[in-house]
Design a protein around this ligand. Sequence first.
Ligand SMILES: Cc1cc2nc3c(=O)[nH]c(=O)nc-3n(C[C@H](O)[C@H](O)[C@H](O)COP(=O)(O)OP(=O)(O)OC[C@H]3O[C@@H](n4cnc5c(N)ncnc54)[C@H](O)[C@@H]3O)c2cc1C
Length: 372
Amino acid sequence: MTKISSSGPSTPRVAIIGGGAIGLACALELARRGAAVTVFEAGPRAGEGALRASGGMLAGGFEGASGTEARAFADFAARSLTLWDEWAAMLAPHAPSPLGYRRAGSLSPAFRDDDLEWLQRLDVSGVERLMPKEARRLEPSIAPDIRGALLFPEDGELDNRVLGPALAAAIRAEGGVIRESAPVETLLLRHGRAAGVRALGRAFEADMILAAPGAQAPTLREIPETQLIAPVQGEMLALAPGAARLNRAIRGRHVYLTQKPDGRIVAGATARPGVANLAVRSQAVDALRRAAIETIPALGGSEVIETWAGLRPASPDGAPVIGWSALPGVFLALGHHRNGVLLAPATAEAAAAAILDVCDTRFHHTLQVVSA
Ligand SMILES: Cc1cc2nc3c(=O)[nH]c(=O)nc-3n(C[C@H](O)[C@H](O)[C@H](O)COP(=O)(O)OP(=O)(O)OC[C@H]3O[C@@H](n4cnc5c(N)ncnc54)[C@H](O)[C@@H]3O)c2cc1C
């Protein structure tokens, strides 16, 4: 009789550095496909980094149209938007409160001549041009002096503060492990290859490492590509519920607005390259609030109930870095900049396919035929 046994573990062990939007999404996809995942999160709770600070918009159309990213980005964003329907349904049972996922599109309004020029630059195929009357019909609370708008019909939004706990619960339900307050200090290296991580004063062996440390990437010096990543700080505010109801995200030239399931309207965001602190400037909050009121006048009476800042992880050209590191055994999921929430499912899909493909090949090579 011939039987086949494996000299390596039958389930690939993947250590994930960073429990943010990207690390958690990759962990979930890997766990769903049968990997043994352990997420190492430096902070006290996973999902508290840029994910928690973000606007939670799924605005691939807008970003693709902005001209700052290549066609490849638009395709990748479109793929992720497609995956989001399935991900939202999969995550809903794990969410501690409504995920607030909706795909009603996003609306970019113009009030002045320079806004109209800006809209012309955004106008690409698949986008609907709206006359003022039509824009007001879709969004009755928008300022009456609107002169035109673009509708990005595929865009969506969700409550990013619910997404983190939902992802964490889904990972655990798949048998994954999340170690919190567990910063990865160094990588374990064996024969020039990453073979695990050192955290909590211990060594954790792994077959593969996935690096998703967000804006703190440069602290992981052994992984050369992390040195490309720099923070772009963004300030945001939330307005008390009750003053207005938005049917979709509003993406203006000076502010974007997105409403959460509890009625809060989140307004963002500034972009401060190289700023690595989380201090919020009062003049930035005032400017965002003014722009919010110009867009939706009913917000004039609503109180600012919270302000915060977060750090977007940005590569030199603003595009994400997804692929194998020059350091063998490390897969990179870095630099998701303004779009990490949007791009999380497609990044997870790409990362899981690449990692499991390599693991499969490696384990296949170690299979031994045993005759009995
Ligand atoms: C103000 C603002 C608004 C935004 N709005 C949107 C939006 O509307 N839509 C959208 O798609 N995107 C938005 N983004 C971008 C999005 O939030 C990011 O692209 C995304 O969160 C990046 O995910 P990440 O996992 O790479 O980083 P993070 O979410 O920051 O997670 C990285 C995690 O890694 C951990 N970590 C770092 N180093 C280590 C280590 N050595 N060991 C263990 N753990 C470590 C950190 O503690 C952190 O929890 C926004 C960002 C900001 C700041």
